[in-house]
Design a protein around this ligand. Structure first.
Ligand code: MYR
Length: 170
């Protein structure tokens, strides 16, 4: 029997294909996927908090680990590796060796070179984080579909670390 995750992955592929018919510019497809993901993330956070029973994170690094080790595992069945990419400690990379969302995708068509096929994921993370009062920018930095060795999602937390500490201790 087909697992629900496979059905989701195939449905997602059909959605992206349809959007490519509807929008000529890759940028417009990327924006649509990001906004749609945001709407999903805003709703998904309740499910995530209920099912994971996680405690409140005390640092950006804890939050990034939680996204990779708990949320990705729960919803996509993979665990990206996490690294912090700046000294201020607000920029993180999630590195995916395997991306289940592209299981049925061979490669991007030549005329769709700027398409961020999995951009929905960025919106989902951004929307979910916003609901726990964490403003973040989330983008694809590398993509195996574009010939990169790995797929890398960049998360930049936008509030300064000191503000975040204040928020936690008050
Ligand atoms: C807290 O500090 O209040 C808990 C923070 C938890 C943030 C978890 C965000 C979940 C992101 C879901 C992404 C799913 C991608 C497949």
């Amino acid at each position: 029997a087909m697992e629900s995750r496979e059905l989701f992955v195939l449905t997602y592929g059909a959605l992206v294909a349809q959007l490519c018919k509807d929008y000529e510019k890759d940028e417009d497809v990327n924006t649509f996927l990001d906004r749609m993901g945001y709407g999903i993330g805003v709703r998904l956070i309740d499910d995530f908090l209920a099912r994971s029973a996680v405690k409140k994170c005390r640092s950006y690094s804890e939050t990034a680990d939680m996204i990779a080790q708990v949320a990705f595992k729960m919803y996509l069945g993979v665990t990206p590796s996490v690294s912090c990419s700046n000294t201020a400690g607000n920029e993180f990379s999630l590195i995916l060796d395997k991306n289940p969302l592209v299981d049925f995708v061979e490669e991007l068509p030549a005329e769709r070179a700027s398409l961020c096929y999995c951009n929905l994921l960025c919106g989902v993370i951004r929307g979910a984080l916003e609901m726990v009062h964490l403003a973040a920018e989330v983008t694809f930095l590398r993509d195996r579909l574009k010939g990169d060795a790995v797929t890398e999602i960049g998360i930049t937390f936008l509030r300064k670390a000191e503000d975040r500490n204040e928020l936690v201790t008050t």
